[in-house]
Design a protein around this ligand. Structure first.
Ligand code: THU
Length: 131
């Protein structure tokens, strides 16, 4: 997909987000190293803490389909600022997509991009387990 197509997909997905309580709609697309795309939006629960962010929905869909190598994660939210992934999503993305670039968009397509590793310095990861 071209960047314009990515922005259009993110806008379309975002419109379907199940943001029943916050009314803050987020969409995400993860891109695999071999050019496949998996999409997600935030899904909120009436027990608010059980809500899951768009980024984790998208990467869990990809992982559950057997994907393991990711090059990019695109995120868009409501509002005029490019949407940065929350801390919990940064951790999960670091576990499964450490080399990904995070491409963040406002609802109108204003863009910021940064490597995930720069967004989560000195990260906890499985290299710290059992040492
Ligand atoms: N949200 C995401 O989907 N991704 C983020 O990175 C930030 C927050 C969602 C969670 C919740 O449904 C709503 O935005 C407000 O926090």
């Amino acid at each position: 997909m071209t960047e314009v197509e990515i922005i259009q997909r993110l806008q379309a997905i975002k419109a379907n987000a199940l943001a029943l309580y916050s009314n803050f709609h987020v969409s995400a697309i993860v891109e695999t190293d071999d050019g496949k795309f998996y999409e997600g939006f935030n899904i909120e629960s009436s027990s608010y803490g059980l809500t899951i962010c768009a980024e984790r929905v998208a990467i869990f869909k990809a992982l559950s389909e057997g994907e393991r190598e990711f090059s990019r994660v695109y995120v868009m939210s409501d509002g005029d600022m490019p949407c940065p992934p929350c801390g919990a999503c940064r951790q999960v993305l670091m576990d499964y997509a450490p080399n990904a670039e995070i491409v963040m968009f406002s609802e109108d397509g204003e863009k910021k991009a940064a490597p995930l590793k720069s967004l989560l310095p000195y990260a906890f990861d499985d290299s710290k387990l059992r040492k």
